[in-house]
Design a protein around this ligand. Structure first.
Ligand code: ZN
Length: 385
């Protein structure tokens, strides 16, 4: 039998919502979300993040105020998706809440807008539909990093104004006060539900919210925001859409390369080394620079040539290797191959293979030692008998 987590929605002012979450052993967390727009004060926006946390921890959830009935049905379907993806890591849980049918005046179409490749692509290509862009402080930029958040917000404000859209500004502690505290994996488990929380919180203004895709339909991986999952977070008031499955990142960069606003304000870096907006030397920055080179585009947000020393010293994942190889192939297709970059990527990929081989050998050695110890003990046992 699972333990129970209770969610109590606090009384707050129009621009702030807060939930006090009491966990099974009595520890409590207070998560808050604030915006320059009025927010939905029902318990509904808290359902997606609580569901993911409950399923990871095997805690049932009790809401002490009503939750929208469409969102509750969607959460039930979302449980099936998570259990199908991760049958050992996630648990089927019960959600207890009084259902109600949400009615809202929201008519707008919002789109999450971090200033990255995916969000710029959706903002530009869906511009006819989009009425608002949504910037969130507290997700990819830590809620505590006020300086970097301030610069990212200032850039998003200018970009939104140039794109002709009002910017909804949101600041939340959902990740820092709750998700990180429970050690929920941001990328694989939690970030889609956290975005859905913000989308549902904007029900007074928005009827539809677009989550820009991370991957095209041909390159799908199990990930916290996914076309099979995101729409299930919809409520009776807000429809959540996963946008732009028909274009991969290189294709998106080709489109953005022709857009002056995107080239001025692109923000792709999550590492922000030395507090820099785009550090230029992490794998995300280098991938983007290779993609821009393949598109024969230049961005003042990522200036200068590709740093070959930084490329050759990258510590890559298998997926990074895949992306970098695709980037080099796109450069070759475009006839702009740079042999220095090819050689530097080759060094980084070889190091990845060497690290994998070393880790494999270490595991084989460890299993062999275990096996020899067991055999020795059995032999000693035989001798004693
Ligand atoms: Zn970077």
């Amino acid at each position: 039998m699972s333990s129970q987590m209770t969610v109590h929605v606090e009384d707050t002012d129009a621009h702030l919502i807060a939930a006090r979450i009491v966990m099974p052993l009595g520890a409590a967390a207070l998560a808050t979300t604030a915006s320059n727009y009025e927010l939905d004060h029902s318990a509904t926006p808290w359902l997606p993040p609580m569901l993911v946390a409950g399923m990871r921890k095997n805690w049932s959830i009790a809401f002490d105020s009503p939750v929208d009935s469409t969102a509750l049905r969607g959460a039930s379907a979302a449980q099936k998706v998570f259990l199908d993806w991760h049958p050992r890591r996630f648990h089927e849980i019960s959600v207890s809440a009084k259902p109600f049918d949400a009615m809202s005046d929201g008519r707008g179409v919002g789109c999450f807008f971090s200033g990255g490749v995916d969000s710029f692509y959706s903002a530009i290509t869906q511009s006819d539909r989009i009425t608002h862009l949504i910037f969130v402080h507290g997700f990819d930029i830590s809620a505590r990093n006020e300086d970097l958040a301030g610069r990212a917000l200032a850039s998003a404000r200018v970009a939104a104004a140039e794109l002709g859209k009002p910017l909804i500004e949101v600041k939340t502690t959902l990740r820092s006060a709750f998700g990180d505290r429970l050690l929920l994996d941001w990328g694989y488990d939690f970030h889609g539900a956290a975005l859905a929380h913000v989308a549902l919180a904007l029900s007074r203004h928005l009827r539809t919210v677009l989550i820009p895709s991370s991957n095209s339909r041909w390159d799908q991986v199990i990930w916290g925001s996914h076309p099979d999952l995101d729409p299930l977070w919809s409520s009776g008031s807000v429809t959540v859409e996963h946008d732009a499955l028909d274009e991969d990142r290189l294709g998106k960069l080709r489109r953005l390369g022709t857009d002056e606003t995107a080239m001025k304000h692109l923000r792709v870096c999550w590492e922000n080394r030395d507090g820099r907006f785009n550090c230029g030397v992490c794998v995300k920055c280098i991938r983007t620079k290779i993609g821009l080179a393949a598109a024969s585009a230049e961005s003042v947000a990522l200036p200068g040539p590709i740093d070959l020393d930084a490329v050759s010293s990258l510590l890559l994942t298998n997926r990074d290797c895949h992306h970098l190889r695709n980037g080099l192939a796109a450069m070759a297709d475009a006839g702009v191959t740079d042999e220095g970059v090819v050689a530097a990527v080759d060094v980084a990929i070889r190091r990845r293979h060497w690290r994998q081989a070393r880790s494999y050998l270490r595991r084989v050695r460890s299993v062999t030692i275990d096996f020899m110890q067991i055999r020795r003990r059995l032999q000693v046992g035989d001798t004693v008998r």
